[in-house]
Design a protein around this ligand. Structure first.
Ligand code: DUT
Ligand code: MG
Length: 173
């Protein structure tokens, strides 16, 4: 049986008096929808830094991550340049969303208060590094970047070679 945990209390400041307080669409959702407070028109390939009209004081030990919305990605080719954007607990400025229109032909138009991204609040660990000369072994060892195979071809019929050369670069490191 899953136990429902209490929500984490987070202080929020509205920088635009009309902006809605972000809320979960459904009880089990991970993300709170963020809106843009400014209308925007993005030509193919264009990017913009859109204001959300809110700032937060996250508790220490937490961070918020600005994630894309899959509907906008699938329908319009909208992506976040820095996905997921990281909002630090100590950040008191306006949360902004760095969008890019990846559609090769169509513009994307946002009106004021359109939902453009979603915010996922998570606990984050702090680490303390202990430098060593050798790391303990593991099943994966240094394999990565396609080492398990099954990758898509890149660059058409000759793409396989291009991909292989990427792997080769990494092998030498
Ligand atoms: O999508 C994002 C990403 C970041 N931020 C804000 C909150 C975050 O705490 C701050 C800094 O972000 P980040 O560390 O990613 O940017 P940086 O380029 O490393 O800037 P800085 O030198 O200020 O850390 O910018 C946003 O509003 N939206
Ligand atoms: Mg930083």
């Amino acid at each position: 049986m899953s136990e429902r945990r209490n929500p984490v209390d987070v202080l929020l400041r509205r920088l635009d008096p009309e902006v809605p307080v972000p809320s979960y669409g459904h009880p089990g959702d991970a993300g709170l929808d963020l809106v843009t407070t400014e209308a925007a028109d993005l030509a193919p390939g264009e990017r913009a830094v859109l204001p959300t009209g809110i700032s937060l004081a996250l508790p220490d030990g937490y961070a918020a991550f600005v994630h894309p919305r899959s509907g906008l990605a699938a329908r319009c080719g909208l992506a976040l340049v820095n996905a997921p954007g990281t909002v630090d607990a100590g950040y008191r400025g306006e949360i902004k969303v760095i969008v890019v229109n990846l559609d090769p032909r169509e513009s994307v138009r946002f009106e004021r208060f359109d939902r453009i991204a979603q915010l996922v609040v998570q606990q984050v660990e702090k680490v303390r590094f202990h430098e060593v000369a050798e790391l303990p072994g593991s099943a994966r060892a240094e394999g990565g970047f396609g080492s398990t195979g099954g990758h898509a071809a890149v660059g058409g019929s000759t793409g396989g070679n291009e991909y292989a050369s990427v792997g080769a670069d990494w092998e030498g490191q």
